[in-house]
Design a protein around this ligand. Sequence first.
Ligand code: DQA
Length: 145
Amino acid sequence: MAKRVLVLNGPNLNLLGTREQDIYGTQTLKDVEALCKQAGIELGLSIDCRQSNHEGVLVTWIQDGCKTADAILINPAAYSHTSVAIHDALKAVRLPVAEVHMSNIHQREAFRHHSYVSAVAFGVICGFGVAGYRMALIALAEKLN
Ligand code: DQA
């Protein structure tokens, strides 16, 4: 059976394509999700993509991941830098986690340099734009096999 990867995108990522195009490019969330699904087909992974602007919703999806997923790819967006709740949820489910940021958060404002998620992720990819999602799925496929 194909391994299942839950792909979570956090707040404001529904605005991709129009939001700060100089930083995030012109591809939409739909494009990102299509890219993930295509990578899933190539890598033999089953992909479930979700996006929320709400911290609690993301926490609940992560908790449900115990039953519905074998790994989690997450771009926690702004919650990366603030959310102990998302850190705790990811730690609790004990699934392999890959953290993705499109931009190079280390090159940006100081408040983006720390992510609460990185400590509970087995790897972090940032700065490669939407291609980072594909890279993370390749890493997760290797990890799960
Ligand atoms: C982001 C980086 C975060 O700092 C920011 O809040 C985002 C997107 C990225 O993908 O580069 O919303 O996670």
